[in-house]
Ligand binder design. Structure first.
Ligand code: ZN
Length: 350
């Protein structure tokens, strides 16, 4: 039933179908029919109870009922009361049938080729717009630093712990639609199972960056293992995409002197923490960013959660409408004139 109601609404919205007549016609005519039947039934009862119980009169009553079009030829006066009850049942059946007729009308509208064409066309147009945006992103990806307006504010949205195709592809779609880019700090051992997604990142100008091979807290391991965690991640991403990351982010942000001495890459942390991993709530993630970010900020999110994709789909248009350019960390450094050095920590730029 809920499905039918939903279908009715969709039919109305998408085809401009006037719902009122479809809904109204059946029940209304049903009610009218019931009314005339009730009148007929009353007449039959009155005639039956006249006291003059001749066969002719009974027959006349039956005829009168038949002429009223109520479809009970031969109903006699003595059968009046029974006929009345029958008419009420009949009226209910009528209303029932009217409802069925209305539902059938909606089904017919939905089955109408023009309705289906409209649906298909809307879907095709949407897919076309997205394909064009993604193609434009690919064409523009040749150089990783895009042509941007240095006088307008820029912020870097960043996503850790992926790749995770179900989320990352949604993030890239909305970024492309609004001309934004972002940075993915990825765990090396996840990359082969999401290779297509990671290749897409590179093809469409997103920044692929290092988040160690196995998400190790580097402050808990020695120099050799720190180096191997960083190297293995760079090797994996390079082998899949052909691009070697130039930036890294420490799992948990955990650091010490040994870590900074051995990572061998600029360490990009953040100054806006959405806590999306903790809340898994899109609105909470949005609220931690909108109205709070400023030019040069680096925002921390995580690629693992569909709520983060939900948040991104609403954040991107909102931030762009507020005049922010959504950029990769490397683009941000480039336009802010900040040279990124190995073993040095950056929370925002400059
Ligand atoms: Zn992490």
């Amino acid at each position: 039933m809920r499905k039918i109601v939903k279908t009715i609404l969709m039919a109305g919205v998408l085809t401009g179908l006037t719902l009122q007549p479809v809904y109204g016609a059946g029940p209304l005519s049903g009610a009218a029919g019931a009314g005339s039947r009730m009148q007929a039934a009353t007449r039959v009862i009155r005639m039956g109870g006249d006291g003059d119980s001749t066969g002719t009169q009974t027959a006349d009553a039956g005829q009168a009922t038949a002429q009223d079009g109520t479809g009970s030829p031969g109903a006699g006066g003595s059968q009046g009361p029974a006929q009345g009850a029958g008419d009420i049942t009949d009226a209910v059946a009528w209303a029932d049938q009217a409802a069925q007729t209305a539902a059938a009308a909606v089904e017919q509208a939905v089955a109408d080729p023009s309705f289906q064409e409209g649906m298909a066309q809307a879907a095709a147009e949407q897919a076309e717009a997205l394909a064009a945006a993604n193609a434009a992103a690919q064409a523009a990806a040749a150089g990783t630093i895009r042509q941007l307006d240095p006088t307008k504010p820029m912020i870097a949205l960043t996503y850790d712990d992926g790749p995770q195709s179900s989320v990352g592809n949604r993030i890239m779609d909305v970024m492309n639609l609004y001309g934004g880019k972002c940075t993915f700090f990825m765990v090396g051992d996840r990359v082969p199972s999401h290779a297509a997604e990671v290749i897409r990142m590179v093809n469409e100008g997103f920044e692929v960056a290092n988040h160690t091979q196995n998400h190790k807290y580097l402050n808990r391991i020695g120099a050799a293992e720190i180096r191997s965690q960083v190297e293995a991640c760079n090797n994996t991403i390079q082998s899949v995409t052909g691009v070697r990351p130039t930036l890294m982010r420490l799992p948990g942000g955990n650091k010490n002197a040994t870590v900074l001495a051995n990572v061998g890459m600029p360490v990009i942390l953040w100054n806006v923490d959405t806590l999306d991993w903790k809340t898994r709530n899109a609105q909470s993630t949005i609220s931690s960013v909108l109205g709070k970010v400023k030019d040069g900020d680096i925002i921390l999110m995580h690629e693992l959660y569909s709520a983060t994709a939900d948040a991104t789909e609403r954040l991107v248009p909102a931030l762009v409408s507020q005049g922010f350019q959504l950029v990769t960390v490397s683009e941000l450094a480039h336009y802010k004139g900040v040279q990124l050095n190995p073993g040095q920590i950056y929370n925002r730029l400059p």
